[in-house]
Design a protein around this ligand. Structure first.
Ligand SMILES: NC(=O)c1ccc[n+]([C@@H]2O[C@H](COP(=O)([O-])OP(=O)(O)OC[C@H]3O[C@@H](n4cnc5c(N)ncnc54)[C@H](O)[C@@H]3O)[C@@H](O)[C@H]2O)c1
Length: 346
């Protein structure tokens, strides 16, 4: 086994933190060196569980020489701010999704990383799920032909208690609701498959929860390629049902339901049809859906990619600019909804 040379510092010991700690610990060349949380009780308990040191003060944690990178897992509106503290201390930065909630903050983090000679990346675990890797390969190899139509539907559910915890559903810390927090996983995939979005028109409303931000969002997209698409994301369906991604090209149709292939109908390939797709447990109704085994594996790959990027002197595959794309689309939906206009991106 390779020596565990790369120490990681986890910033924020809440719901998603165990997934990162588990992924880091399972990597051959990494370990959790320290954690930081303003909540001493949560931070100390987490440090004990993962056998590492606890800090309340982030600047003290990042002063350690044995920390290679920090995983920023605090409420979304703090990602760039705390990421900057880490970058200025010479640590590479890995933010969970969304990388931050404004383009200004994201650009500031990228600039801080550049200025301090460190790398910034993000975790969007779905990209590394085998099913989405398979679609990406099929697109890159031209097997689906010219892409004409791509849709992401996220008809999920979150109980009122989810929104009463503090920062969720607030503009300041969540930066949005069903689109910015939950649907971003699938919006990121849609852009990754279909390419840049050129124009957006949409609606974002709160229909069922007493929150500031949207619990229901719908948008029509025109991609830079000329293709069209749809995004629908909500946290107010009855019980929540599986997310769906549909990609339609001149040579193939792919439908994924709940991260499983439901239809794979591609020219020259045997058609696959799985009526049970999406029946496994997902984030449809469970805020901890991101902690499943496949999510830990994807996090291992994306965190491992940061180590490889540094060793190979390249950008992380999912770097700051790449993670910025989904946030830009989501913010454009909000602007379109507020101003009742078609928004042009870029
Ligand atoms: N990838 C996924 O599937 C996934 C799943 C859940 C959450 N997330 C993302 O992870 C982030 C955190 O979400 P969560 O559900 O774990 O939140 P959480 O509320 O469960 O935990 C956040 C933690 O950050 C701590 N914290 C807040 N401000 C801090 C500060 N200034 N310094 C240090 N610690 C601070 C809090 O005390 C808390 O322990 C969000 O950006 C969310 O979008 C990603």
């Amino acid at each position: 086994m390779t020596a565990k040379t790369h120490g990681f510092g986890i910033v924020g010991c809440g719901v998603i933190a165990p997934t990162h700690a588990d992924a880091i610990t399972r990597l051959d060349n990494a370990h959790v060196a320290a954690v930081c949380d303003l909540n001493e009780e949560a931070g100390k308990a987490f440090a004990e569980e993962w056998n590492c040191d606890y800090y309340k003060d982030l600047s003290e944690m990042v002063a350690r020489d044995d920390i290679f990178a920090c995983n920023i897992l605090v409420p979304s509106g703090l990602h760039a701010k705390l990421g900057r503290v880490c970058a200025e201390a010479g640590k590479h930065v890995i933010c969970t999704k969304p990388i931050d909630i404004t383009l200004e903050a994201i650009d500031d983090l990228i600039a801080a990383a550049d200025a301090n000679g460190v790398k910034v990346g993000a975790t969007h675990q779905n990209r590394n799920f085998p099913v989405y890797q398979r679609i990406k390969r099929a697109i890159e190899e031209g097997n689906l032909g010219d892409l004409l139509y791509g849709n992401a539907f996220v008809p999920w559910y979150r109980a009122d208690e989810y929104y009463s915890q503090g920062w969720q559903g607030t503009w300041k810390m969540d930066g949005g609701g069903a689109l910015m927090n939950q649907s971003i996983h699938y919006i990121d995939l849609l852009i990754w498959f279909m390419g840049d979005v050129a124009k957006v028109t949409g609606f974002a409303d709160h229909l069922a929860h007493d929150i500031e931000t949207e619990d229901c969002g719908t948008a029509a997209l025109k991609f830079a390629s000329g293709a069209q698409g749809l995004i629908q994301g909500t946290t107010c369906t009855y019980k929540g049902s599986p997310a769906r991604i549909e990609i339609h090209g001149t040579k193939g149709n792919v439908l994924v339901v709940g991260d499983e292939v439901a239809i794979w109908d591609v020219e020259g390939e045997q058609e696959e049809y799985n009526p049970d797709a999406g029946m496994s447990i997902t984030g449809a109704s469970d805020p901890k859906g991101g902690m499943q085994e496949n999510a830990v594996h994807s996090h291992m790959e994306q965190i491992g990619d940061m180590i490889a990027a540094v060793e190979e002197g390249r950008e992380p595959t999912l770097n700051g600019q790449e993670a910025r794309r989904a946030v830009e689309v989501i913010l454009s939906i909000y602007i379109s909804s507020q101003n009742a206009e078609v928004v042009e991106l870029g």
